[in-house]
Design a protein around this ligand. Structure first.
Ligand SMILES: *Cc1c(COP(=O)(O)O)cnc(C)c1O
Length: 376
């Protein structure tokens, strides 16, 4: 059976994890936490990068940092993971969902302005499949309406928009190191990216349970105390050490994933007409986070997934639109029409892809799919 995903393992992780186990500090922000922060600040060129236990937690920190209050509105696509919405709903916000573009499955930037009201506080673009949203348009709208932009770049590490790394364009950004993403800190993990100096002090406090312990360690205050709301948003050194081993191979892993993605893209070209292939705009460099195809409709997709399973290959659908979920109806609403979110999400199926996938494995996925598609 070919699984849908294998968590990345480069062989580099063991020695760093062992070193962190033998060190005198295993809680967050030790040697490996600092090395990871430095790596991201160097590679992203962001003001500050802070590891978190998950992307969900990074998004929660972002919601606290922009001071979301009860009744504030936050604009995002409905076609996303629950954490994008939960982080803001937990602070009392109402979520305003906007339709996606069928070509990239990203928020339709031309519909955002119509969703803005006097209560709108932020726009949360989600870079689906590691392919960038139209950030120039989104930033221009946000600037004109005085809104924050928080990039859910959970899938976007190593991707760029007009040369800028995803997560570094808005005020704040978030990455995920869950085992299903391109890089992992041992199963779970995330990163908060801060692009605006004014958030840095408070982010460190919120992440340290609302204390100024960070300033205390740096000798800036002579005792630490409770100064703000906060939570336990530091991952352990074990997670940082695991991730650090992978960061040193980041470029190689990215190239390897792109090889598999490009193989699929070329191989499936012969089925265009029966299926649709993913679209990557010219000005976006992507990270091959995901390879999906779109079938004609839900019943063809169901038949495809079944057929693939019989051929020994796992293929999986993705998000059920949040605006039609029980919680989405309670805490949010769709603004405008659902022209594409539901119909396009019902056609989409993701094929196996991971860093280190062998050429035999991807050929097997392709030939299974070719057999199934010939019968559909
Ligand atoms: C994976 C993912 C998340 C959540 O990441 P965790 O690290 O599991 O919390 C949030 N948003 C999107 C778009 C994701 O793909």
């Amino acid at each position: 059976m070919i699984p849908f995903n294998r968590p990345l393992y480069t062989g580099n992780e063991d020695k760093y994890v062992t070193a962190s186990m033998r060190s005198a500090k295993m809680s967050g922000d030790g040697e490996f936490g600092k090395l990871c922060h430095q790596w991201f600040e160097d590679h992203l060129g962001c003001t500050k990068a802070l590891l978190t236990p998950s992307c969900t937690h990074a998004l929660e920190m972002a919601a606290i940092l922009i001071d979301i209050q009860a009744g504030d509105e936050v604009i995002m696509p409905s076609y996303t993971f629950v954490s994008t919405a939960n982080a803001f709903i937990m602070r009392g916000a109402k979520v305003v969902f906007v339709d996606v573009r069928p070509d990239t499955m990203n928020i339709d930037e031309t519909l955002i302005e119509a969703a803005i009201t006097a209560r709108t506080k932020a726009i949360v673009p989600v870079h689906y499949a590691g392919v960038a949203c139209e950030m120039d348009v989104i930033m221009e709208i946000a600037t004109r309406h005085n809104l924050y932009v928080i990039e859910d770049a959970a899938q976007g590490m190593m991707s760029t928009y007009k040369g800028k790394p995803l997560g570094t364009i808005g005020h704040l950004g978030a990455y995920s190191f869950h085992e299903t993403k391109n890089y992992t800190s041992g199963g779970e993990g995330g990163l908060l990216i801060i692009n605006d100096e004014s958030f840095v002090n408070r982010a460190e406090i919120i992440r340290e349970k609302g204390t100024n312990r960070g300033q205390f360690w740096r000798g800036m205050v002579d005792k630490y105390t409770w100064v703000d709301i906060g939570s336990s948003y530091l991952p352990s050194e074990l997670q940082a050490a695991y991730l650090y081993g992978q960061l040193l191979e980041a470029e190689k892993v990215n190239e390897d994933r792109l090889r598999t993605w490009n193989y699929y893209y070329e191989a499936f070209a012969e089925f265009v007409g029966k299926i649709e292939l993913p679209h990557v705009p010219e000005h976006c460099a992507h990270n091959a986070h995901m390879f999906y195809i779109k079938l004609k409709n839900l019943s063809e997709r169901t038949a495809f997934i079944e057929g693939m399973k019989e051929q020994g290959v796992m293929s999986v659908f993705h998000y059920v639109p949040l605006h039609s979920s029980p919680c989405g109806k309670l805490y949010g609403a769709l603004c405008g029409n659902d022209n594409f979110t539901t119909v396009e999400s019902e056609r989409l199926v993701r094929l196996p892809i991971w860093g280190g996938m062998s050429s035999e494995e991807r050929k097997q996925v392709y030939s299974a799919a070719a057999t199934v598609l010939a019968e559909i």
